[in-house]
Write a protein that binds this ligand. Structure first.
Ligand SMILES: [Fe+2]
Ligand SMILES: [Fe+2]
Length: 475
C-alpha cells in the first residue's frame, strides 16, 4: 500500500490504475498543471538539474530519495498515509461513529470549500516566490527554494486528487480554477490575502517559510483530524514535507542573524548606517520583518468569532491542533474561551463560547509554536554577546481580521492614537527604505560553497552532502 508506483504517468499509492475514469481526469489535468509550472513556476530555471528529494514511499524510513532532477520532470503525484484500521471520528457531534470514506451530502459544500482554500495556498506560494531564484544567495539556498516549490506543487496535487475523486464535476472545475487564479492578479487573485502579497527578497522568503508555512502546518494538523478520512490521510503526509519548509525559514533567518552579529562584533557597533554600509541586515530591520510576517500570518486563522469554525468542528470536518491529545469532551458545547476586544480605548479579554472561538484557539496554538524559533534566534544573538532581543509582536498588532481589525495597537500591546501610529509605524513595520535596502543586497551567487555577504553559511549541507556540494547544475 505505501510503496509508490512510479511506472505510471502519475506516481501514486492509491491504486489509481484501478479507477480509469479518475485516472483519465487527472491525466487530463496534468498537462495544464505542467503548463502552469512553466508559466508561473520558478523563473528561468526549467533546465537546471536540482538536487531534490522525491518521495519513494510514505514509510518514515523511505519517503525521501535524493538526486539531481530538472524541475519540470519532478514526479509530482498522489501520496496518502496508510489507512488506520477502523478509524473513528474523535470529536464533534459524530464522535464515535466510523470515519467517512466518502463525502456525506450535507457536508459536501463545506468540505469542498475547505479543500479549495487549502489547495489555493499551495500554488500561490510558488507564484509568490517565482523570481527569487534570480537572486539566490547561494546554490544551497537556491536548492532549498526549489525543494519548497516542488513540494508546494505536490500539495496542490494532493488537494486536486481529493477534488477529482470525491467532488465530481464541481471538483474538476475547482481543480481548473486553482490553476487560473494567480497570486496578486487584480482580476483573479488567490483566495487569502497573505497569498497575494509579494515575496520580494530572501529575508521575506525566510520569514514566509518560518511564519506562513507554519500556518500551513497548523491548518494541516487541524485537517489531519478530519472525519473525512482521505483528507486526514493526505494532510498527514503533507505535514512530513512541511517540516522542511519551516526548517528553511528558521535556519535562513538564523544565518542572517549570525552574519549580522559577526559584523556587529567585527566593527564593534550597532549603528544601523555603519552596518548597512558593511552590507548586512541590522537587527531592528529583522525585527520589523518579524512584525510584518507574524501579523499578516496570524490573520490567516480567520475571525476570532466564527460560526463557520463552530460548524466545521461540530460536524467533524476540522479538528483542533492535536485534538487526540486533549483531555476535554471533544464536543465543547458548554466551554468558553477568552478573546481580545477593544473597550474604552483599551484591550480587554472577553469570554465567548469556545465553539465560536476555534479560529482563535488555533491561532493561539500557532503563536505558542512560533515563539520557539524566535527564542532560538535570540540564543544566537546572546551567544554573540550582543544585547538585543527579538520578539513576536502582540497578537493585536497590525491586524486586519476579526474584532481587532484596523485597531491601532503597538507591538507591545498598547492601543495607540492614529497620530502615534503614524509617527512610529516606520519603527514597527518595514519601511520603503528598509525594503529598498534589503532589496539592494539581493544578488546572485552561483559558485558552489560561496555565500552572499549578508548571510552566514549553514552548519550542514543537505542529506549529509558538504556545504560546497553542487546542489544546482545550471547547464
Ligand atoms: Fe504546502
Ligand atoms: Fe509549505
Amino acid at each position: 500500500m505505501s510503496s509508490i508506483d512510479y511506472s505510471e504517468k502519475i506516481p501514486n499509492n492509491v491504486n489509481l490504475s484501478e479507477d480509469r475514469t479518475l485516472q483519465r481526469a487527472l491525466e487530463h489535468w496534468q498537462p495544464n498543471y505542467l503548463q502552469w509550472w512553466q508559466d508561473m513556476g520558478p523563473d528561468g530555471s526549467q533546465n537546471f538539474d536540482v538536487y531534490l528529494r522525491t518521495a519513494v514511499s510514505v514509510d518514515p524510513q523511505g519517503w525521501a530519495q535524493f538526486g539531481h532532477v530538472k524541475m519540470p520532470d519532478y514526479r509530482w503525484g498522489i501520496f496518502l498515509n496508510p489507512a488506520e484500521q477502523e478509524r473513528k471520528i474523535h470529536f464533534g457531534d459524530h464522535m464515535g461513529e466510523a470515519a467517512w470514506q466518502d463525502v456525506p451530502g450535507e457536508h459536501r459544500a463545506n468540505l469542498r470549500r475547505i479543500i479549495v482554500t487549502q489547495g489555493d495556498t499551495e500554488p500561490a506560494s510558488v507564484e509568490q516566490q517565482r523570481h527569487l531564484g534570480l537572486t539566490a544567495p547561494s546554490q544551497y539556498d537556491l536548492r532549498n527554494l526549489f525543494q519548497v516549490n516542488v513540494e508546494e506543487g505536490r500539495h496542490l496535487w494532493a488537494m486536486v486528487y481529493l477534488l477529482h475523486k470525491y467532488f465530481g464535476k464541481d471538483g474538476r472545475e475547482e481543480a481548473e480554477a486553482l490553476l487560473e487564479r494567480n497570486s496578486g492578479n487584480a482580476d483573479n487573485p488567490r483566495i487569502l490575502q497573505a497569498f497575494n502579497e509579494k515575496t520580494p527578497d530572501w529575508l521575506s522568503f525566510f520569514m514566509f517559510t518560518y511564519f506562513t508555512d507554519r500556518d500551513g502546518k497548523f491548518q494541516l494538523c487541524a485537517l489531519a483530524e478530519s472525519a473525512f478520512d482521505p483528507l486526514a490521510r493526505t494532510t498527514k503526509f503533507m505535514l512530513t514535507e512541511e517540516a522542511h519548509h519551516m526548517f528553511v525559514g528558521e535556519s535562513g533567518v538564523g544565518r542572517v542573524i549570525t552574519r549580522s552579529c559577526e559584523m556587529m562584533n567585527q566593527l564593534k557597533t550597532d549603528d544601523v548606517g555603519k552596518l548597512r554600509a558593511a552590507g548586512v541586515i541590522d537587527l531592528p530591520t529583522i525585527q520589523r520583518y518579524i512584525n510584518f510576517h507574524f501579523s499578516v500570518t496570524i490573520d490567516l486563522f480567520g475571525a476570532d468569532q466564527s460560526s463557520n469554525a463552530a460548524t466545521f468542528y461540530s460536524s467533524g470536518l476540522k479538528g483542533r491542533y492535536e485534538e487526540g491529545k486533549r483531555t476535554d469532551d471533544h464536543v465543547l458545547k458548554g466551554n468558553s474561551y477568552k478573546i481580545l476586544a477593544v473597550e474604552n480605548g483599551g484591550l480587554v479579554e472577553k469570554e465567548v463560547p469556545m465553539l465560536n472561538a476555534l479560529n482563535e484557539v488555533l491561532r493561539d496554538d500557532y503563536i505558542k509554536d512560533s515563539v520557539g524559533g524566535v527564542d532560538r534566534w535570540n540564543r544566537l544573538i546572546e551567544k554573540a554577546g550582543i544585547d538585543f532581543r527579538l520578539k513576536v509582536p502582540h497578537k493585536a498588532f497590525h491586524r486586519n481580521i476579526g474584532s481587532l481589525a484596523g485597531v491601532k495597537v503597538s507591538p507591545d500591546g498598547r492601543v495607540v492614537s492614529d497620530h502615534e501610529w503614524n509617527q512610529r509605524v516606520e519603527e514597527w513595520l518595514p519601511s520603503d527604505t528598509d525594503r529598498a535596502y534589503v532589496g539592494s543586497l539581493m544578488g546572485r551567487v552561483v559558485e558552489p560553497g560561496k555565500f552572499a555577504n549578508w548571510i552566514a553559511p549553514p552548519v550542514m549541507g543537505i542529506n549529509r552532502q558538504p556545504v560546497n556540494f553542487e546542489y544546482v547544475r545550471f547547464n
